[in-house]
Design a protein. Structure first.
Length: 208
């Protein structure tokens, strides 16, 4: 049995039509970090980066983010002038759960220390100076940025991260908000608030 919409076959015999656009994820750039500087930038038009109207959605995946300094915050900021200046006013909310290895401490809830209200500062993804630099610890996650090239709407984003807390906790965090500008966002920067990122990768994709 097939499904046809307005004369177009959507699927037939259980298979989607190969000619339809399905929101494919396209690889754009991967940056490997090794004793890197404290910040990593993806700037439209630089070093093969595309961050414009080519895609309506962009996703950045973080793998093995390991700071050189113990107890740091991993965060991001955006730019509307290809990285000449960062710090566009951003409003966000931060919700997380955590649980320690000794099974003696756990919590679930809103974290006002990680949120932002029209902040031009760093927007935490792994918050409150807690990311561990232990040799076997790191952070992972993603940031999903929607329609950054729009000149009509603000730029919504969602993020989820999981990381090792400096005090031997598992931190599972949910972050969402918007970059409060109707100018096109054309650069994004990730950093830790102290020292360097010793290891890890950040990979950028566009979604059609």
């Amino acid at each position: 049995m097939g499904l046809i919409s307005n004369g177009t076959t959507i699927f037939d015999a259980g298979a989607f039509d190969s000619g339809l656009a399905k929101g494919a994820m396209s690889f754009i750039k991967k940056i490997a970090l090794s004793s890197a500087a404290g910040d990593i930038s993806f700037v439209n038009g630089a070093s093969g980066v595309v961050l414009d109207s080519t895609y309506k959605e962009y996703v950045f995946f973080f793998h093995g983010i390991h700071p050189a300094t113990d107890g740091v915050t991993f965060s991001f900021q955006t730019s509307v002038n290809t990285g000449s200046a960062y710090g566009i006013a951003t409003t966000s909310t931060y919700f997380n759960s955590y649980h320690n290895e000794g099974d003696t401490g756990a919590a679930l809830g809103y974290e006002n220390t990680g949120d932002a209200a029209q902040s031009t500062g760093e927007i935490p993804l792994i918050r409150e100076e807690k990311l561990s630099a232990d040799n076997d610890h790191h952070g992972v996650g993603y940031l999903h940025l929607f329609n950054p090239a729009s000149t009509t709407f603000v730029k919504n984003f969602i993020s989820r991260t999981q990381a090792n807390h400096a005090a031997e906790y598992s931190m599972d965090s949910y972050i969402a908000g918007y970059v409060n500008t109707t100018s096109a966002v054309d650069a994004i920067r990730f950093k830790v608030n102290s020292g360097n990122i010793d290891a890890g990768t950040i990979t950028m994709y566009g979604i059609a």
